[in-house]
Ligand binder design. Structure first.
Ligand code: ZN
Length: 237
């Protein structure tokens, strides 16, 4: 089986289409790790496009916030403005859909969670300080995550040695993995191209897809979304 793993689309339809173009006819399943909406100009279109292609979808903090299911108390002012804008723009069908998707899911023995396997409802970020704790909090070989918008493959050997890979890892016997797919719609690792992951029985690969950032930015300006969220797309930060 070959999977495309996508996360943190954040209402960026151009970025999502670029990823779809890259993976077309090359994967058996599309797994989505949360944050369909928030930040970008096309929430309804992105929810529809994800529902069409993804076999598995879980919720992110922005999805839950946009449908009134989690507090925006921890959101910065830009994220809060975008979530309120999204809340007002989402149609009823997509609102009900987002309210119904789970926080955590398992597919073919792979664990899917937006933040971390440890306390997924608290939206932690995976960090070097909590890596060991997170590996202890689940029993599967592979856990797929998003949320930080920073793609990385973290490998734990049977001797508890942690190794991080930026682009590619061969899947080794008796080793376990936490994979962050990065963000399709708002990367923050300094590379503005949409980030996603390809996964099969043998390897894990972080891939990038370039897209028409200016088109997304123009739509965001027309929608009156915060300038900071518009300019950061081009920086990838
Ligand atoms: Zn996100």
């Amino acid at each position: 089986m070959r999977y495309a793993v996508i996360s943190d689309v954040h209402s960026n339809l151009e970025a999502l289409h670029a990823v779809y173009n890259n993976i077309e006819n090359t994967v058996d399943y599309v797994l989505f790790l949360g944050d369909c909406v928030g930040y970008g100009p096309n929430p309804n279109e992105c929810v529809a496009a994800l529902r069409e292609k993804a076999q598995v979808m879980i919720a992110g903090n922005h999805d839950r916030a946009a449908v009134g299911m989690t507090s925006i108390g921890n959101f910065n002012s830009y994220a809060r403005t975008a979530v309120i804008w999204t809340h007002n723009v989402l149609n009823d069908e997509n609102r009900v859909f987002l309210q119904g998707i789970p926080l955590i899911e398992k597919f073919s023995g792979i664990l899917l969670v937006h933040g971390t396997p440890l306390e997924p409802e608290r939206w932690h970020y995976l960090a070097s300080g909590n890596t060991e704790q997170n590996f202890h909090s689940f029993g599967d070989k592979i856990c797929l995550t998003g949320h930080s918008h920073l793609p990385v493959i973290v490998e734990r050997s049977p001797e508890n040695k942690i190794t991080r890979y930026a682009e590619f890892a061969e899947i080794k016997k008796d080793h376990r993995y936490i994979v962050n797919a990065g963000s399709v719609g708002q990367p923050r690792d300094g590379n503005p191209d949409a980030s996603y992951v390809l996964l099969d029985e043998n390897c894990i690969e972080i891939k990038r897809a370039s897209y028409d950032i200016v088109s997304t930015q123009t739509k965001m300006r027309n929608a009156g979304l915060p300038e900071y969220l518009i300019t950061r797309l081009a920086r990838g930060l």
